[in-house]
Ligand binder design. Structure first.
Ligand code: SAH
Ligand code: SF4
Length: 367
């Protein structure tokens, strides 16, 4: 059997699927399409509504500078793509998780995290995920569909609205789905977030399981977004088991693509490593990780695994996590242990969608 046969389908019902016929979100519309909707109105309305949607993150009904009849018409012509099914908060309100339903009934999750120095929203790029990582709740759920660019942008808009009076500063593409398996729509969302929502590219971070063609494409992309690589194992034997996509893009290929990314873009690479007790938290694992990370000058984020229903193993203890970090630092690698947010509301990494199949009455709306 070839590697390609044993790895999951990379883009599943792929990017080659026919383009959506109708825009899924107001944020999928181009300015020209908005102008068509506003035909017959004074020309300045296009800029007014565009700024209302983007710069001010308003729904049409809230654009009080517009005549009432137009607001009513636009509320219908520009329906929200995401309807809030549930919202929960944790960490004293500093973490908020939404469960959103899309027009076709698929569900995705978005998480907002407020820190003293920044407010970050974590967005989904697909409903489900085809990559099948064993330890990840989204992977356990399987692939449903790609999100449109507008559906991704709308999650950021929800974050902007909920962050107020603070300003949303950062976006991480670390929610449900593999962003590089939905490259075109994710990139279109990044451009809209940068150009129209006004968030700096250096405050955008895309996380990937390691799709080599996508990493190479990103290396040459025009906006300097950050890249995070979810490595979790730095030898093929272990990584094949944890991350099935490794069978298609093994460690050596990944290292080469990452070197190209760092060399071509001059941008920072970070490595995500979910610490799994007794599996990838030993000194020998850290030595392999250091050998991968050091030549790339990458920063390593160690995140004790969050338990998920479909995976038997648990996260490393705080003590073992600190030891792993110290080993890396001794080996000359910049490393931190990342505290996870919102564990009690399943908002932590890899827990999104853990409850997706349960009735939403389990998730009472808060606030
Ligand atoms: N598909 C992309 C982005 C979404 S997953 C990727 O894999 O990078 C976001 C991050 O959560 C990844 O680093 C992923 O490995 C991590 N993750 C998934 N399940 C986890 C779990 N149970 N505990 C801790 N981190 C997890
Ligand atoms: Fe998909 Fe990322 Fe989860 Fe792997 S870790 S299944 S790539 S969302």
């Amino acid at each position: 059997m070839t590697a390609a046969e044993t790895a999951p389908a990379e883009t599943a019902p792929a990017e080659t699927a026919p383009a959506e016929t109708a825009p899924r979100s107001a944020y999928d519309l181009t300015r020209e399409e908005l102008a068509e909707i506003l035909a017959g109105e004074p020309p300045y309305r296009v800029r007014q509504v565009w700024d209302g949607l983007h710069r001010r993150a308003l729904r049409p009904r809230e654009m009080t500078e517009l005549p009432l009849a137009l607001r009513v018409r636009l509320e219908e012509a520009l329906p929200a793509a995401l309807s809030e099914v549930a919202r929960r908060s944790a960490d004293g309100g500093d973490t908020v998780k939404w469960l959103f339903e899309l027009a076709d009934g698929n569900r995705v999750e978005t998480v907002l995290m407020a820190y003293p120095d920044r407010v970050t929203v974590c967005v989904s790029t697909q409903a489900g995920c085809a990559m099948g990582c064993a330890f990840c709740a989204t992977g356990q759920r399987g692939f449903e569909r790609h999100l449109s660019a507008g559906e991704i942008v709308e999650q950021v808009v929800a974050g902007i609205r909920a962050a107020r009076p603070r300003r949303l500063s950062n976006v991480v593409f670390m929610g449900m789905g593999e962003p590089l398996a939905n490259y075109g729509r994710t990139w279109a969302a990044i451009e809209r977030i940068h150009d129209d929502l006004g968030i700096s590219a250096r405050h955008l971070t895309l996380s990937t399981v390691g799709l080599v063609p996508g990493i190479r494409r990103l290396a040459r992309a025009t906006l300097p977004v950050n890249l995070a690589l979810s490595l979790h194992a730095a030898n093929d034997e272990l990584r094949d088991r944890l991350v099935p996509m490794n069978r298609r893009y093994p460690i050596a290929a990944l290292a080469e693509a990452c070197a190209e990314y760092v060399g071509t873009s001059g941008r920072r690479l970070s490595i995500e490593w979910a610490l799994i007790d007794g599996t990838n938290d030993r000194p020998s694992d850290m030595a392999e990780l250091a050998a991968f990370a050091r030549p790339l000058g990458a920063h390593v984020n160690l995140i004790p695994l969050n338990p998920t229903p479909g995976y038997a193993l648990g996260g490393s203890s705080p003590r073992k996590a600190a030891d792993a970090r110290d080993t890396l630092v001794r080996l000359g690698v910049n490393a931190t242990v990342r505290a996870t947010r919102g564990v009690e509301i399943d908002a932590a990494c890899g827990q999104l969608a853990a409850r997706g199949v349960q009735p939403v009455v389990d998730l009472p709306r808060v606030g």
